[in-house]
Design a protein around this ligand. Structure first.
Ligand code: DQA
Length: 137
């Protein structure tokens, strides 16, 4: 099982970014924990602040990964292009969010990812990623 964790804009700042919402752990530290927890899974991690990079990664995932754990961050709420990219490939995508976006501002309640995702996991902090990986097993 080969899974790609794909993170969108500002998630490279986890650990220092709004820690009251996103916690105090960097994603790279958490990724090390994930690799230990899921030693039976080939885990890959990519992050980009650019919408087009995320579209390209989703396109390239076909025949490369068994699934994508996607936190498109703010692009979740704006990106028709990322939603279309998910529709264009057969790779299953599980949408994750660290925070409970429905308990936050109204503009975070819409997702262009959800209608095209296999499932959605949100609001469990970094544990959301773990739950998303488990959903593939
Ligand atoms: C987020 C929620 C988004 O609304 C926000 O723009 C993010 C992170 C989350 O993981 O909780 O950057 O995707």
């Amino acid at each position: 099982m080969k899974l790609l964790i794909l993170n969108g804009p500002n998630l490279n700042l986890l650990g220092t970014r709004e820690p009251e919402i996103y916690g105090g752990v960097t994603f790279l530290d958490y990724f090390e924990e994930l690799k230990q927890k899921f030693s039976n899974v080939e885990l890959f991690y990519k992050q980009s602040n650019y919408e087009g990079d995320l579209v390209t990664e989703i396109q390239k995932s076909q025949n490369e990964y068994d699934g994508i754990v996607l936190n498109a961050a703010a692009y979740t709420h704006t990106s028709v292009a990322i939603g279309d990219a998910i529709k264009a490939v057969t790779t299953p995508v599980v949408e994750v969010h660290i925070s409970n976006t429905f308990a936050r501002e109204a503009f975070r309640h819409n997702s262009y990812i959800s209608p095209n995702a296999k499932g959605v996991i949100l609001g469990f902090g970094l544990k959301s990623y773990e739950l998303a990986i488990q959903s593939f097993l």
